[in-house]
Design a protein around this ligand. Sequence first.
Ligand code: ZN
Length: 132
Amino acid sequence: MNANKKIDINEEELKKKLTPEQYHILREKGTEAPFTSKILDVKGKGMFACAVCGNQLFSSNTKFDSGTGWPSFDQAIPGSVEMHDDGTHGMARTEVTCAKCGSHLGHVFNDGPATTGKRFCINGACLIMNKE
Ligand SMILES: [Zn+2]
């Protein structure tokens, strides 16, 4: 991790900006309940940005219905996210965080259906959609 490129986050200010659920997921590595995100069924083209810092993370072109109940993408915008080995909960997973602010977004798996073979399983609460 390169600490220099990370932005400073005032956690108290952030708590006022985000809902308690968003704060828990993004800053305390929580997970939203499946099938609860409005972003799951969102239609139309646009970009999905980090709810904390506005960093553009995913394009609607890469979004697909994985059936898992979480918004899923087959690739991230290059350089927008970082991956970390995550051995919590007794599973070997790869955590995905925002490359700009370090906030937790979700996990990435290697069983994606598209040519990338990736399935970014992202909490919708972490994303803000900017429609085109
Ligand atoms: Zn961010």
